[in-house]
Design a protein around this ligand. Structure first.
Ligand SMILES: [Zn+2]
Length: 162
């Protein structure tokens, strides 16, 4: 069993291992994406917007119902047990850690349907690289890969845009 928690805050070791032979972290990833953005995106306001008046609050944290600025809004995958679906949830910075813990607990429990729905979620959000990582993992590795993806979201290595 690979220790996943130890890699928190650093590029995910499992993910790098998967990317290396595929050249996913190098500049040949196609579409002209710079190496550091291949599979990893950081949430930053477009440069043109930073000098303008801050945009009005228009995202609502779905845990504490506080409107938050785009910069403080985070998309966290959320497991809906009764719908057996991974959906998109918005969380403010304060509520984000709890949402990640909840997601990690759900993934750890491994309910039926979560893996397939998480895969569909990644595809919907244009994360084909991570989706492919999950899809091509051996069945006995998928649980670890899912947890590594949660760790990547937690560490800000995998940022999902609203
Ligand atoms: Zn909140």
């Amino acid at each position: 069993m690979v220790s996943l928690a130890a890699d928190r805050g650093r590029p995910n070791a499992l993910w790098q291992e998967w990317c290396a032979p595929r050249g996913r972290l190098s500049t040949d990833s196609g579409a002209g994406a710079p190496a550091e953005t291949a599979g990893v995106q950081y949430l930053m306001p477009p440069a043109a917007m930073t000098d303008q008046t801050a945009r009005p609050c228009h995202l609502l944290c779905s845990a504490c119902y506080t409107p938050c600025s785009e910069a403080d809004a985070h998309v966290v995958p959320h497991w809906k047990p009764h719908r057996r679906m991974v959906i998109k949830a918005y969380r403010c910075g304060a509520c984000r850690p709890a949402a990640i813990d909840e997601l990690r607990a759900a993934v750890a429990a491994g309910p039926e349907g979560l893996e397939a729905s998480f895969h569909a979620f990644l595809v919907r959000h244009g994360r084909d690289d991570h989706a492919e990582w999950l899809r091509t993992a051996a069945p006995e590795e998928r649980h670890a890969v899912l947890l590594a993806i949660v760790d990547a979201v937690d560490a800000g290595q995998l940022v999902l845009n609203p």
